[in-house]
Design a protein. Structure first.
Length: 168
């Protein structure tokens, strides 16, 4: 499990290495809410694709190793205690959007304003994707119970419309 202090440690380690990251997924939503609302098996981070080697080096000092390499889409690092970091890798375009090349050859574009989110984990302010982009990232696949939980939080806290298939 990834705990709040682990999230802060990973983000500050990467920032100290000159790498910008944005919280995504469950921890990103909990940061936007300002409190931990559920357990988290991993930490999802958006990162520039060209920073992956530097991130691997920085986190390698803390015993994280690559366990899944699906670049240019994503890369998962894990430490000996099973803490996992799932990097969602993007290439920034001229407008500041982040383009993620997907495994099927298509791409997903994080809109530029989506990188302007700020949230709090254990009282520490951290960069994260905005609520609108978090909601956008939760469509296009069959949701599980954690997705349902996260989307309902975004809907309730930020007044965002429930996208299909969450409209039940």
């Amino acid at each position: 499990m990834m705990q709040a202090h682990d999230v802060i440690h990973v983000v500050t380690s990467l920032e100290a290495a000159g790498i910008r990251v944005w919280l995504d997924g469950g921890w990103g939503i909990d940061a936007l809410i300002g409190e931990q609302t559920r357990l988290h098996a991993d930490l999802d981070l958006v990162i520039a694709l060209h920073h992956v080697p530097h991130a691997r080096e920085a986190l390698g000092r803390h015993q994280y190793v690559v366990t899944e390499d699906e670049l240019p889409t994503r890369c998962v690092l894990r430490d000996p205690t099973d803490r996992r970091i799932d990097f969602h890798t993007v290439t920034f375009d001229a407008e500041g959007g982040g383009v993620q090349q997907l495994q099927d050859g298509s791409s997903f574009r994080y809109p530029p304003p989506g990188f302007g989110g700020r949230g709090q984990i254990a009282g520490q302010t951290l960069p994260c994707l905005t609520p609108e982009v978090q909601m956008l990232c939760h469509v296009g696949y069959p949701p599980d119970a954690q997705d349902e939980h996260d989307v309902r939080l975004l809907h309730t806290r930020f007044g965002l419309a429930l996208p299909p298939p969450y409209q039940r």
